[in-house]
Every structure is written in structure tokens, then in C-alpha cells.
Design a protein around this ligand. Sequence first.
Ligand code: NAI
Ligand code: 13P
Length: 348
Amino acid sequence: MTPTRIAVLGAGSWGTALAVSLARGGHAVTLWARREDAAAAIRDTRRNAPYLPEAEVPASVAVTSDLGAAVNGADVWLVAVPSQSVRDVMAPLADCVADRLVVVSVAKGIETDTLLTTSGVLREVLPTADPDRVGVLYGPSHAEEVALEKPTSVVAAFSDGRIASLVQQVFMRPALRVYTNTDLVGVEVGGSVKNVMAVAAGMADGLGLGDNAKAALVTRGLAEITRLGLALGADAHTFAGLAGLGDLVVTCFSRHSRNRAFGERVGRGETRAEALGHSTMVVEGVRTTESVRQLADRTGVEMPITEAVHAILFDGLDPAAAVGQLMERDPKLEAAHFDTPAFDGTEA
Ligand SMILES: NC(=O)C1=CN([C@@H]2O[C@H](COP(=O)(O)OP(=O)(O)OC[C@H]3O[C@@H](n4cnc5c(N)ncnc54)[C@H](O)[C@@H]3O)[C@@H](O)[C@H]2O)C=CC1
Ligand SMILES: O=C(CO)COP(=O)(O)O
């Protein structure tokens, strides 16, 4: 594979882990950190101590806090900031888009207010970028494990399969296996909404509900994600894939998951603000719960777990009472989600 020039925008745990992986793969990587002190610390110590102490950042990785310098000459922009900051971080780069630029988002979430996925936000703020060359790299991939080269599989999703294959070749490493998919909507819905379910799974842990409840939550969470995805035009098969079942499982069960850990604290009785106060790392599921609830309203899709998480986080519903409400819903057919009609644009 010929080396590619890649600007990794965002020096949190995931941006750093991917910068390390890409540099080990022989690519020319520039890592952008928002704050100069953070950039200087990585340059000086070759570690990102606050976010990813596990990995040494290879000397070949250039580290800067100058956004324009970071993207200068890059063939690929890797967007690794929290999903709600993608718009603000990327908008100033609108004039830097070159013809054959590929933009890969690894930020997982749905923007509040616009209810756009991150590729949708990127298409809006980078209007001259070829929309077929804007996509995502998602899947079950905790940064801590990728940094240690533990076997990991992800999926590159672009509407144009040739661009997905190109991204696959760039990111593929002995311990990082990359699949391709052209169902961008499905991959983005799966990778984003799983964070809501991970918060719910954490709440189940915090409440001590046991393994049966957690398995049911994951299964019915996947049904809920699939229903929403189908309404938005996704392919049902995507939800059995890495950005669907794969990411849902890892986030609901992993000790590394920030969304699950946050939910666990809430399940134990902390408020949203208290639980968020324990870490400076992003907990995407909180804002995405607000967005997904609005998307459910707009499309008329039934999303009871999302409703419950929303009521707990924003209306003060007691988590134990929410469990009772979910268990006492009307009896249902199990596979009804596969009959979800596509949303026709009419508000429910
Ligand atoms: N950590 C992981 O294992 C994985 C994370 N992701 C996704 O990657 C995205 C980034 O997450 P992490 O790197 O884990 O987050 P993090 O919490 O480890 O780091 C966030 C980074 O973004 C910066 N940041 C925060 N607010 C910002 C703003 N307004 N403007 C610019 N920069 C800002 C922080 O300074 C920090 O460098 C999220 O959407 C997350 O869901 C996806 C897969 C794996
Ligand atoms: O998306 C992730 C793993 O695939 C990261 O999940 P958390 O943000 O919950 O840690």
C-alpha cells in the first residue's frame, strides 16, 4: 500500500489510537489537538497521557494545534472529535477541500437540533467535498485495545464502494481488519444509537438487574435500532454487522465503555451531571438520546428503551421505575421491527 498523507483531527483517545495505528502502517500522519499544551505534551513525551497512556506515539507522527497546517497536503481527513463538535471544528476548513479529498468520520452520534449523522454534518459544512467521498469508519473498537494491537474489526462505509475499498486498504493492519459497506445510513444509525443502548445497559448493571435483563436489553435495543434504521432507509442486514450487533455488544459489555460506565453510575443513583463529572472523556449517548428521541417522534418509530433513557436522564424518572414500565408494556410480536415502513417525510 502506498503511504497516504492523513490528517487526524482530534487527539482524544480514538484519534490518538488511530494515528498510532496508521503511522505503524507506514502512513504520513499529522495529529491535530485543539489545545497547544496538549499538542506540545504529546510531541515532547510521545504519549497522550490524559487520553491514551497505553500507546507510544511514533516519532513519525507530526503533532500540531494549527488546524490549517494539519490538513495541508493531506489526502484523507480523519474526523475524531466528539460528534456535537464536528460542525464547529470542520466548518473553518471549507476552503481547504481538494478535489480527491476523502473525509472519514469516526465520531459516533446524531447532532442535536439538525438530527444529522456526522457524515451529514460534514457534507453541510464542506459543500465542495464530493459527497461520495465522505463516510465513516465504525465498529466495535475501543481505543485502549486498538492501541495495544488487540485484534479488532471495523467497517468503512461510503455510498461509493470504491471509496470504501480505498479506505479499507489505508486502515487495514495485521490487528485491524476493515470491512466495507455502502449502507452509510445503516452504519451511522447503528454506530450512533448503540450509545443510547449502552447507557441503558450500564443502568441495568448499576441496578443489578442480572444477565437475563442485559441480554434482553441488547436484543430489544437492536430491534429498536433496526426499526429506526429501516425508517431512515437503511438495509436490515447492516444491523447484524459490525456497526450494528458488533458495536452494540462491545459497548454494552466492555469495561472500557464510557457510555456504559456513565449509565452504571446513573443506575446506582447519581444524577446525569454527577455521573458526567467523573471523566473528561466524551459520553456521546447523552446528547444522542435527545436526538434519537426526536428522530423517533419525527418518523413515528416506537423506541421504548430510548424513551426510558431519556425520561431518566432528562425528566428525573427513577431507573427502577423505568424497568417496571418497560416490562409492563403491551404484549408484542417479536420480529415486528422488520415490517417498519420507510419514513415518507410526513411527521407522525
Ligand atoms: N474512544 C474510543 O474507543 C472510540 C471513540 N469513538 C468515537 O470517537 C469520537 C471521539 O471520541 P474519543 O476520542 O474517545 O473522545 P475523548 O473524550 O477521548 O477525546 C475527545 C477529544 O476531543 C477534544 N474535544 C472536546 N471537545 C471539543 C471541541 N468542542 N472541539 C474540538 N475538540 C474537542 C478533546 O480535547 C479530546 O482531545 C466520539 O464520537 C466517540 O464516540 C469511536 C470508536 C471508539
Ligand atoms: O464506540 C466505542 C467502541 O466501539 C466507544 O464507546 P464508548 O464511547 O462508550 O467508550
